[in-house]
Design a binder for this molecule. Sequence first.
Ligand SMILES: Nc1ncnc2c1ncn2[C@@H]1O[C@H](COP(=O)(O)OP(=O)(O)OP(=O)(O)O)[C@@H](O)[C@H]1O
Ligand SMILES: O=P(O)(O)OC[C@H]1O[C@H](OP(=O)(O)OP(=O)(O)O)[C@H](O)[C@@H]1O
Ligand SMILES: [Mg+2]
Length: 283
Amino acid sequence: MIRIAIQAKGRLNEESIALLKEAGISIEDSKRKLLAKSEDFPIEVLYLRDDDIPQAVAMGVADLGIVGLNEVEEKNFNVTLTHKLGFGKCRISLAVPKTETYPGLEYFNGKRVATSYPAILSRFFTEKGISAEIHEIAGSVEIAPSVGMADAIFDIVSSGGTLVTNGLKEVEKVLFSEAVLIATPNLDEEKRQLLGQLLFRFEAVERSKGMKYVLLNLPHDKIAEAIEILPGMKSPTILPLAQEGWSSIHVVINERELWSKIEQLKAIGAEDILVLSLEKMIR
Ligand SMILES: Nc1ncnc2c1ncn2[C@@H]1O[C@H](COP(=O)(O)OP(=O)(O)OP(=O)(O)O)[C@@H](O)[C@H]1O
Ligand SMILES: O=P(O)(O)OC[C@H]1O[C@H](OP(=O)(O)OP(=O)(O)O)[C@H](O)[C@@H]1O
Ligand SMILES: [Mg+2]
């Protein structure tokens, strides 16, 4: 049995549960119990505040955790970064009132900067030789300059909408973050094996993201041209149709290039094109 800590509620909660579910692991949500066992995999889910996840994993209270890289960097506990999960993408940035002229990092010398990430900011300023006053506040960081609590802020930015609403502009992007899977260092052999199985499933889920399974019919003599249009695919599956002179081609295509490929295939005579969603790609 392996135990994984995930956020009890908040921005990473739903996607963490969804990822486990896509990997074939269903669990009750945190509204009922703070520790839930899965019926279909030897795993237990511990629901925590995200700030507490790095410590829980460092202590071995949980073997694994899903948490933002920003929290891992801020808490600086001894955990192993095992895998990037591709959701919860954001950055932590320095921002100043939009009316200020910004000459570069030296702007921050002698300034008061409000943040919920004092450790990351302090390391950054030390590394860059900047001497500023760091004010730790728990939330609503973006309001600090306009109410006179600080001259600048260091906080999470995604779309940038919150900065604009609060009359701020982003001037330095310090850390790019996303949800990551962390692990207790030196897991025992049994847990390492379970982690390996989990990673195998996560990777299959990731690989299938944005991919479509495409089936189409094509005259035999156009197959070589179709293969030209579909570079990168190892080799498409080609099956003869009952109708003389025709074949059915099956390929996996990235959603981004789906329409352009389909147009090209139609132009050489492809018919009856089916596009199906792809659930897992297992290698
Ligand atoms: N606007 C955003 N866009 C994308 N990801 C974000 C955004 N804001 C936060 N995140 C990521 O999601 C994580 C959790 O954010 P959330 O706002 O739920 O945290 P919290 O309020 O500290 O939650 P908790 O109650 O668990 O302490 C952040 O640490 C960050 O990694
Ligand atoms: O650049 P944006 O897309 O506007 O996102 C950035 C905002 O998102 C997060 O707050 P959240 O909305 O989670 O609210 P909270 O942390 O105050 O609960 C973060 O703390 C920023 O304030
Ligand atoms: Mg938190």
